[in-house]
Design a protein around this ligand. Structure first.
Ligand SMILES: Cc1cc2nc3c(=O)[nH]c(=O)nc-3n(C[C@H](O)[C@H](O)[C@H](O)COP(=O)(O)OP(=O)(O)OC[C@H]3O[C@@H](n4cnc5c(N)ncnc54)[C@H](O)[C@@H]3O)c2cc1C
Length: 313
């Protein structure tokens, strides 16, 4: 088990702070009788780096465990397990204005959207923030650089549902769609899991949608449906996007059966969507900025959803 101290907290007031949700043994680690390599800080080598869909502020990073003393033989007793809905803490050195390393580190949580348990690899998608402390470090990363991570951190537990009377309702915003992808894959790739998924994602405009192709692919499953809301979508040819579904120009940007709406997700939309979900057992997942989390939680509570069924990260 891993030791946690005050200095392990990133100080950003995360909903699931590492100090409250200490990384625990995972089901898969127990089943394989192996230790989770993520439990202590280790170095991971950057093996892929690319801009997501050519967007300058969005980069995708792929890491693999860095070799210790030139070999990885001692890894046979480990697996890398970051359960869906959990995140990793990245730790980076801090440098002063002259480029000299200070005796400090910066910590920030990131949510892998893909992991390989036995190859000890994972991918994260990072939305670079102007003048952000970790952003400055990430922007300078090059292939083969080594970066420290530990985890998994989080409280979300998902149990597969054998009957069709359960549903998982997910609300996410921007890059925070990333932690929802492994949750969706875990459910949809399990033929025995009959949980219905209702996925609501929010972005600024059609060009800023992340994992659009994945959502289209998931929509082929009988138990998945998604709606995407665009708060700042404009039409370059006409000015009226306000009516139901958007103008003809906007509709031409959509793919077959894609449910993308050029408006903000509102309390009214949430309330009427929830009325249509008939399952008796409902679980809710909310991923996004603090403001987004508060807004969605508030809407759900106003719709009489028990707050114990709402997971926020
Ligand atoms: C559970 C969890 C999972 C996450 N997963 C991801 C993920 O998968 N991908 C991802 O991209 N992000 C993720 N994040 C967010 C991530 O952890 C970082 O917060 C983000 O990358 C920004 O970090 P930073 O150090 O670059 O910016 P910060 O230094 O934290 O600053 C953020 C922004 O605020 C501004 N700012 C900072 N201080 C001030 C101030 N005093 N006054 C005015 N402005 C200020 C900065 O200029 C910058 O634009 C996650 C967060 C949480 C809580």
């Amino acid at each position: 088990m891993c030791e946690i101290s005050e200095s392990d907290c990133c100080g950003n007031g995360c909903t699931n702070c590492i100090l409250d949700s200490k990384p625990l043994s995972t089901k898969r680690a127990d089943l394989t009788q192996k230790k989770n390599i993520l439990h202590t800080y280790r170095k991971y080598k950057l093996i892929e780096i690319n801009h997501y869909n050519n967007r300058p502020h969005l980069i995708q990073l792929k890491f693999t465990i860095a070799e210790e003393n030139g070999d990885n033989k001692q890894l046979t007793e480990f697996i890398l397990d970051c359960p869906p809905g959990h995140h990793l803490m990245m730790r980076a050195p801090v440098f002063d204005g002259t480029g000299i390393r200070c005796n400090k580190t910066v910590l920030r949580p990131y949510s892998p959207f893909w992991t390989d348990m036995t190859e000890f690899q994972f991918k994260i998608l990072v939305n670079l923030k102007p003048n952000g402390q970790m952003t400055k470090y990430i922007e300078k990363l090059k292939l083969n650089d080594e970066v420290e991570f530990r985890g998994p951190i989080g409280v979300f537990v998902y149990e597969p549902s054998l009957n069709a009377d359960s549903s998982l309702v997910i609300f996410c915003q921007g890059v925070a769609i990333a932690p929802t992808i492994p949750i969706l894959e875990r459910i949809l790739h399990n033929e025995d899991d009959n949980c219905r998924i209702y996925h609501f994602s929010c972005f600024q405009n059609i060009d800023s949608i992340i994992f659009r192709e994945k959502l289209i692919e998931f929509n082929r499953y009988w138990n998945f449906s998604s709606e995407t809301y665009l708060s700042h979508q404009k039409c370059s040819e006409c000015c009226d996007l306000s009516f139901n579904g958007g103008c003809e120009h906007f509709k031409r940007l959509l793919k077959y059966k894609e449910q993308v709406k050029p408006r903000r997700l509102s309390m009214q939309i949430i309330s009427s969507s929830l009325e249509e979900i008939k399952s008796t057992k409902k679980q809710f997942v909310v991923c996004g900025s603090n403001t987004f989390q508060e807004f969605i939680k508030d809407c759900l509570i106003k719709c009489d959803i028990n707050k114990n069924c709402i997971f926020v990260f």
